[in-house]
Design a protein. Structure first.
Length: 329
């Protein structure tokens, strides 16, 4: 069995003097405690967990091996700083933690002609990248840890809904048009809720609130993959998802540089997961239907995750892509 060569390092550049990122990281750990694992690092860690479950061998950050075997394919999982700093000669499977838009690296394939395939987390992002890089762009999602996130975490419900607030931009506007009206609607219907805000909670808090809620309302402008909502689904907690299906709204690009759409807040989804709504009016028209289906157990989100997004399935998909690219060299 071919051994995969995998590389990932968090981007943490020096600011004031050479190697000061090491000092800053040490100080942060002393002051703040154990650092929170970010989404990009999670991709690398969960991929390796899945490979371990399958018994698929891999080397991780073995730079000496890659240098001595420059004809062998390597998988550079993280952002392009590794391409710049390590100067790999090997053919490269790049991603899925790449960058936000091809305009960040318009000459990527000219600068790194050894890139043979580019992975991105989901289909709408793939469609956004293909006009710039061509058909070498492919979707690949990292798996969800269903050993941690599954129906066994559920407790006797204390709340009807967990409202997961991941509105990142123009929050004040969404507070008036979506968040507060939804809370008022739930209260008027006699439904209870608890709230969690993206970036303001510890992982164990999310587990606890998912465990004690019958269902969830996921509020986000758009997601490239959406690990948090998929973890919620894996616990067999149905979701009402705010999914505008409009423009990619990252203010670094929109509206002056890039106007791309439609994009989704729940790019991995089917009818077993719950219901989607585009605005508050749409939410109001669907909440009764959602509650009826919830009461009659018409949703089965855990089944959707188990069929599509487990550690093992996604790790096997990555290995298949890796072997396919290696075979084509």
């Amino acid at each position: 069995m071919q051994t995969l060569n995998l590389f990932y390092e968090d981007p943490d550049p020096d600011r004031w003097f050479k190697y000061d990122h090491i000092l800053r990281k040490t100080v942060r750990r002393i002051v703040r405690g154990k650092p929170k694992i970010g989404g990009q690092m999670m991709v690398a860690l969960e991929l390796m967990k899945g490979l371990d479950k399958l018994g698929i061998p891999y080397r991780f950050n073995d730079y000496n091996y890659a240098k001595k075997n420059s004809n062998e394919l390597i998988g550079v999982i993280g952002k392009p700083h590794l391409l710049k700093t390590k100067n790999f000669k090997n053919p490269i499977l790049f991603g899925a933690s790449v960058f936000s838009h091809p305009l960040d690296a318009p000459n990527l394939l000219q600068d790194y002609p050894n890139i043979k395939r580019i992975l991105v987390p989901g289909d709408w992002m793939r469609d956004m990248f293909i006009p710039y890089y061509g058909e070498i762009v492919q979707s690949w999602p990292v798996g969800i840890n269903t050993y941690k996130w599954n129906q066994s975490i559920k407790k006797t419900p204390q709340f009807d809904f967990l409202i997961y607030d991941k509105i990142r931009w123009n929050h004040d506007i969404y507070e008036k048009t979506i968040i507060t009206p939804i809370k008022q609607k739930l209260t008027a219907m006699g439904l209870t809720y608890t709230t969690i805000v993206y970036g303001e909670y510890k992982p164990e808090e999310l587990v606890e609130k998912v465990a004690s809620s019958r269902a969830a309302i996921f509020l986000c402008e758009h997601e490239t993959q959406g690990l948090a909502y998929q973890q919620i689904l894996a616990s067999n907690t149905p979701i009402m998802a705010f999914d505008q299906q409009e423009y990619w709204l990252d203010p670094q690009y929109y509206p002056d540089t890039i106007k791309y759409g439609p994009v989704s807040s729940v790019p991995y989804w089917d009818e077993r997961c719950g219901l989607k709504f585009k605005d508050f009016v749409d939410f109001s028209s669907k909440i009764s239907d959602f509650m009826n289906k919830l009461e009659h157990q018409k949703f089965n989100p855990e089944k959707y995750i188990s069929e599509n997004l487990t550690l093992e399935k996604c790790a096997q998909d990555y290995a298949n892509i890796y072997h396919q690219v290696a075979k084509s060299l």
